[in-house]
Write a protein that binds this ligand. Structure first.
Ligand SMILES: Cc1cc2nc3c(=O)[nH]c(=O)nc-3n(C[C@H](O)[C@H](O)[C@H](O)COP(=O)(O)OP(=O)(O)OC[C@H]3O[C@@H](n4cnc5c(N)ncnc54)[C@H](O)[C@@H]3O)c2cc1C
Length: 382
């Protein structure tokens, strides 16, 4: 939005990167899917789009295209061959010996090699993005309530350090607050589920030259450390690091790459490694929710007055719309750019043909409309 010329005020309850986006490294890589699915696959599109975005000289220093080796372990095997649209443009198949040469450490599995994938430095990237001349960043400003008013939005804010609450007005409002949306939007139709994840950081230098993915992952040295991740704990949103999760990260790595046992020093006290836990917020269909959502309190009320077989009430068009970029799950660092583009295009009223299918598939009211079509909304709405 700032790039398009809007004056943007960013309010963060803590600081940018205090939530899921604050790990020491984020891997930019696609989840590989079959040849037929790839052109339609949103995470694949998001990956290619993000590679382009990161060519911007402001952002490029925070991305290191050091590649990803996807180890073809028994559990993680992905069947990709010459019929795949990315074959030998984005993905190569290597035997264990070739993969070991790329990695700089001995590997016992064949691997898929993604040379254009790599590592993002979240701290640097966030700082560069927010240093925009059109952005004013207010840290430690928690939004406690939002409501539409005649010309946009009324926002109640609690600044930190025991200061008095303040109110702000804005013409447009976008919620990109991960699980924080549950308090701000009283609707059950933005179904966000927490998945806790803990990473371990290793300061000891290893010979590893590229990121290894094997269910878990280990990065090459990046800003002075290796990142070993990550646990995947659905249903949990607690963020205190714990000993068992350090062990789980270490043992997943050593199962997949036993040759690293000595280099890593498994026999050291694992608790001397530092750790960070945070939360991915996931939707039931694993796609983010992105777009301009009619204010849910009124939207649900209007829908509940009409059965799904009749046309939608016209008043819905008139409702104030709140921007949503939520539910990015494990792929926020690639999907966030597509999300921002979709939001801006709609605001600029320049719908682009290639995005209309995307807009439809990511629309934030898709779960609400499903409930309405099944008649569930009618019975539960007040
Ligand atoms: C262990 C782990 C490893 C991961 N690895 C990768 C990876 O390698 N690659 C990748 O692409 N993704 C990865 N992810 C996922 C990625 O981190 C998320 O998809 C991404 O961080 C989501 O970004 P977000 O901005 O939606 O949420 P967050 O980064 O959580 O940001 C939400 C922000 O909203 C603020 N906030 C909340 N409520 C309010 C409020 N009421 N008022 C004001 N501010 C508020 C918070 O303070 C926070 O700063 C990983 C996630 C985890 C947990």
């Amino acid at each position: 939005m700032a790039d398009h010329g809007w004056q943007v005020r960013v309010l963060d309850a803590a600081t940018p990167g205090s939530g899921g986006s604050g790990n020491a490294a984020a891997i930019l890589y696609p989840k590989l899917v079959s040849a037929e699915l790839t052109p339609e696959h949103i995470q694949s599109q998001a990956f290619l789009h993000t590679l382009k975005v990161l060519e911007d000289p402001r952002l490029a220093p925070h991305f290191q295209a050091s590649g990803v080796l996807w180890l073809q372990t028994r559990k993680q095997h992905v069947d990709i061959g010459p019929d795949h649209p990315w074959w030998q443009s984005q993905v190569w198949s290597l035997n264990a010996e070739e993969a070991s040469a790329k990695a700089g450490v001995a590997l016992h599995h064949p691997a898929l090699w993604l040379p254009n994938a790599g590592l993002i430095h979240p701290e640097g990237l966030l700082a560069s993005l927010l240093a925009h001349k059109n952005i004013e960043l207010l840290t430690h400003h928690e939004v406690t309530e939002i409501s539409p008013n005649h010309s946009g939005w009324h926002i109640q804010v609690q600044p930190g350090h025991q200061r008095e609450p303040i109110t702000l007005d804005a013409k447009h409002l976008v919620l990109a607050v991960a699980g924080g949306a549950q308090q701000l939007l009283a609707t059950q139709h933005l179904p966000l589920k927490p998945v806790r994840g803990q990473i371990t950081t290793l300061k000891r230098p290893l010979a590893l030259k590229t990121t290894l993915c094997y269910g878990g992952y280990l990065t090459p040295g990046f800003h002075g450390q290796h990142v070993l991740g990550a646990t995947f704990q659905p249903g949990r949103s607690d963020t205190s690091p714990c000993h068992q999760d350090q062990l789980a990260n270490a043992s997943a790595l050593l199962d997949a790459v036993p040759s690293l046992t000595t280099q890593i020093g498994l026999h050291e006290n694992v608790m001397s490694w530092s750790a960070r836990a945070s939360v991915r917020w996931q939707t039931p269909d694993y796609l983010p929710m992105v777009g301009w959502l009619p204010w849910p309190a009124d939207y649900e009320r209007l829908l509940s007055t009409r059965v799904a077989s009749r046309p939608m009430p016209e008043e819905i068009q008139e409702l104030p719309k709140i921007g949503i970029s939520l539910g990015h799950g494990s792929k926020g660092f690639s999907q966030a750019w597509l999300a921002a583009d979709l939001l801006c295009q709609a605001l600029l009223a320049k719908p682009q043909a290639q995005h209309s299918d995307l807009q439809e598939r990511l629309r934030p009211d898709r779960f609400l409309l499903k409930a309405w079509k099944r008649g569930q909304l009618r019975s539960t709405a007040p």
